[in-house]
Ligand binder design. Structure first.
Ligand code: FAD
Ligand code: DLZ
Ligand code: SF4
Length: 509
């Protein structure tokens, strides 16, 4: 029998990958490739590229040690064709393989490329998720609204996680109302487990520095986990030291603390170094043994079997044009401050600075600081999407696009969010200590030093009145706006326009 090529992509580093399950180590060849096309289709953060290349190299080595024949291409190999399809063709010629077996990639772009490449292809479902495409479609079929909460309850029933018979443990499905405490004064957790680069990582860091040193993002110090063992240790560290307070401070932000009680495991989970169900079971055990409270464990499990699975379902259900949606007609260019140009907005400068240094920001920084600002300022959602896809180590389109285009920018017209996630400076002030250190005044609603979020919040509501005035969850906002006297409303809008003019003129804001 002629051997086959088994494609393993950079975010498919799981021994239980469906393509590997189909393969015969005696005859088939595993193909893995570091290629320029994948590394540059958006300007990925150097830490993200280094993380993936190092994890790929270590996974390839582990497969070889397990008896697989691996054809691995390094980025600087002279014969590197620069693309996944090119490498598959080259390896087919080299080995005489007659067919490619792939697990479905997490991005329409690559799915289409593989389907149209000139080789025989068998594409298998990616079954590293709790819900299959068919299961999500069945759930979505005939529903007027696709609310995450109901999907999540089905996933709880399916997995049996935090279930007491057919009822939720503790009597309540969702403890979110307990999870909105502002940042504490004392953060007892020192952040994620950090790993000293080993020989493989050090080599990759040199390569990435030479090839992608000019891209936005600081490469060193680099301390991500890059193999399954390290990723598991990082997760255990989170369960022991952070999970107990994860729920309480999930939405908080601190000027001097980048991680608070967050897990910082999404790069590992999305690349395949950790398995979602195992994480949830370990978190459930922590509750059962009294090591973590129910609100924290439920909150954590909901992010993984709820949000993570739900956004994936939406991405694949909506199709390849999802990333082009722009329901609100926003068309302003992404300001340079997203790429590190100095800004006086403390919340934005801190979120971007940590993004540059860590390739990480937690959910509320992404949603209520950088995302909120982009939405209020009317930035083109496609550019916002490409920024998030580039700058975070955990960003792959299936998970990033629904979070950005849908949840954060409302560009899908409300498939994911029932109302836009917009807020004035008051929310940021309540949940963080950024405003204390800001040049702008969060209490000023108009005038020179007024917080831009305050101005733009009303500007957004006013310019999209037709779209949102009838939304039952937004009635109060419009009533407050309508109660302001006419002069005040005009001043707010004038000041907001002046701010946007400064932004467009690329002046410091
Ligand atoms: P924790 O807060 O500790 O949560 C634990 C885990 O839950 C995460 O590791 C993640 O796997 C999962 N999770 C939590 N929220 C979500 C969510 N909304 N969607 C999917 N999974 C979730 N997450 C990504 O994994 N990749 C992305 O590219 C990405 N882009 C985002 C873009 C925007 C605009 C927004 C608002 C959110 C985005 N998220 C993305 C979701 C979320 O911000 C990250 O999953 C989270 O910050 C990862 O950090 P953590 O591991 O410390 O998470
Ligand atoms: C993100 C990424 C990068 C930067 N580089 C590679 C690579 O060189 N080789 C590879 O197989 N995968 C890489 N990836 C991940 C892919 O882009 C990812 O598999 C698709 O976007 C689908 O999620
Ligand atoms: Fe951000 Fe406004 Fe607070 Fe400054 S005052 S940190 S711009 S919310």
């Amino acid at each position: 029998m002629v051997g086959r090529l088994i494609l393993v992509l950079g975010d498919q580093l799981s021994p239980e990958l469906s393509a590997l399950g189909e393969a015969d180590p005696e005859q088939d060849f595993v193909v893995m490739a570091e290629v320029a096309d994948e590394a540059t289709y958006v300007p990925h953060h150097p830490k993200k590229i280094a993380f993936l290349f190092a994890a790929m190299r270590k996974f390839a080595k582990a497969l070889q040690e397990d008896g697989w024949q691996v054809r691995y291409t390094q980025l600087d190999d002279t014969q590197n064709t620069g693309s996944i399809a090119g490498e598959l063709l080259r390896r087919a010629e080299e080995t005489g393989a007659g067919e490619v077996i792939a697990t479905e990639p997490g991005e329409w772009r690559l799915i289409e490329t593989l389907k149209h490449a000139p080789f025989k292809l068998r594409m298998l479902e990616d079954d590293r998720f709790i819900a299959s495409h068919a299961e999500f479609e069945r759930w979505a079929d005939g529903r007027k609204q696709l609310r995450m909460e109901y999907f999540y309850r089905d996933m709880r029933r399916k997995t049996g996680l935090l279930m007491d018979g057919d009822q939720p443990a503790g009597g309540t499905w969702n403890y979110d109302h307990d999870n909105r405490k502002p940042a504490p004064d004392d953060v007892t957790h020192s952040g994620p487990m950090r790993f000293t680069p080993d020989e493989t990582v050090a080599e990759v860091l040199d390569l990435v520095e030479a090839r992608f040193g000019d891209t936005f993002g600081t490469l060193r110090p680099f301390h991500f986990a890059t193999d399954h063992g390290q990723a598991k240790r990082a997760f255990k560290h989170f369960v022991k030291y952070a999970l107990p307070r994860f729920g309480d401070y999930q939405d908080a932000m601190l000027d001097t603390n980048r991680f608070l009680y967050h897990a910082v495991i999404s790069p590992y989970l999305n690349a395949g170094l950790l398995s979602p169900l195992e994480l949830c079971q370990a978190a459930e055990d922590a509750w059962k043994t009294g090591a973590a409270p129910l609100n924290a464990v439920e909150g954590f499990i909901r992010q993984i079997i709820g949000w993570r699975e739900y956004v994936r379902g939406i991405y694949f259900q909506e199709g390849s044009d999802y990333v082009t949606r722009n329901t609100l007609g926003h068309n302003r260019d992404l300001p340079d401050l997203y790429w590190g140009k100095e800004t006086d907005m403390r919340c934005m400068s801190r979120a971007v600075e940590q993004t540059r240094e860590e390739a990480y920001a937690h959910h509320i920084q992404r949603l209520m600081v950088t995302g909120n600002f982009a939405l209020l300022a009317g930035i083109d959602p496609r550019q916002v999407h490409e920024w998030y896809l580039a700058v975070y180590a955990d960003a792959f389109e299936w998970v990033e696009a629904p979070n950005t285009v849908g949840m954060s920018q409302f560009a899908d017209g409300g498939i994911i969010a029932s109302k836009p996630y917009v807020s004035s400076g008051a929310y940021i002030n309540r949940m963080s200590d950024y405003c204390k250190n800001c040049t702008y005044s969060v209490s000023a609603k108009t005038g020179e030093g007024a917080c831009p979020f305050n101005l733009l919040y009303w500007h957004f509501l006013n310019r999209h009145r037709d779209q949102f005035a009838e939304n039952p969850r937004m009635g109060n906002m419009y009533r407050t706006w309508d109660r302001m006297d006419q002069d005040r409303r005009e001043t707010v809008l004038r000041d907001a326009d002046a701010f946007l003019d400064r932004l467009d003129a690329k002046r410091r804001v």
